[in-house]
Design a protein around this ligand. Structure first.
Ligand SMILES: N[C@@H](CCC(=O)N[C@@H](CS)C(=O)NCC(=O)O)C(=O)O
Length: 223
């Protein structure tokens, strides 16, 4: 059976992607949640079950074989689960889905650094850094373009829930956490992702966690 090692559900954005990918594959898996950045973490991340990824989560074990890095997880899970659950079949849609998933993986550093994932709170709105505004403009444009061209058959970027939605899911939780305003079409898409049963399951797991990682907490907390 597959084994997926992930970090704190409240805080670990890459873990959310890996976990959604395993759920999307439909394959049975064992879930192991580890607490990141506590006193034991430096040693924990160098144990044989996490070390192959360079000490990062998520890491997926298929028997003796590790797979790490969220895009690699998606592609590996796609390969072993029939090849039809992650990427649109149609080539133009597939080209765009792969491009925006890769862009999410490599970009939007200002948003990622300044607004770390934290599903526990909804903070009061605060002024945004211009670089974060640029990231958000690009992301919401990508969502619009995908939905406009390829999303007519469903509520997600390419109609059905898939790899591109998985890659953007932690952006969506950040937009909620930091009360960041978005256009109506983006809000509609966000609500569809947040209502997805896999996201609801993750949110339930996060609500049950008690770990606090101070570096990902803001002091001025809203409702
Ligand atoms: N590029 C990796 C990023 C993985 C990553 O940075 N994970 C974070 C948690 S969200 C981590 O393991 N941080 C712990 C550390 O670096 O010590 C992916 O796509 O999965």
């Amino acid at each position: 059976m597959l084994k997926l090692i992930i970090g704190n559900k409240v805080y670990s954005s890459w873990s959310l992607r890996g976990w959604l990918a395993v759920r999307q594959s439909g394959l049975p898996f064992e879930e192991v949640v580890v607490s990141m950045y506590d006193d034991a973490w430096p040693e924990r991340r160098m144990q044989p079950d996490i070390r192959p990824s360079g000490g990062k989560v998520p890491i997926l074990w298929d028997g003796d074989h590790p797979v790490w890095d969220s895009l690699a997880l998606i592609d590996y899970l796609n390969d072993i689960s029939g090849g039809d659950k992650f990427w649109p079949a149609d080539h133009p849609a597939r080209a765009m889905a792969r491009s925006i998933a890769a862009e999410m993986h490599s970009s939007f550093m200002a948003l990622r650094r300044q607004h770390p994932m934290n599903t526990r709170h909804v903070y009061v709105p605060a002024p945004l850094d211009p670089e974060v505004e640029q990231d958000l403009a690009r992301i919401t444009q990508l969502w619009w373009d995908a939905r406009d061209a390829f999303g007519a058959d469903g509520a997600f970027l390419f109609g059905e829930f898939g790899a591109a939605d998985i890659m953007f899911a932690p952006v969506i939780t950040r937009l909620v956490t930091y009360s960041i305003p978005v256009p109506d079409d983006a809000r509609t898409y966000m609500n569809a992702v947040l209502a997805h049963p896999f996201m609801q399951d993750w949110a339930k797991g996060a609500r049950e966690e008690e770990w606090i990682i101070p570096r990902f907490e803001r002091t001025e907390q809203g409702a």
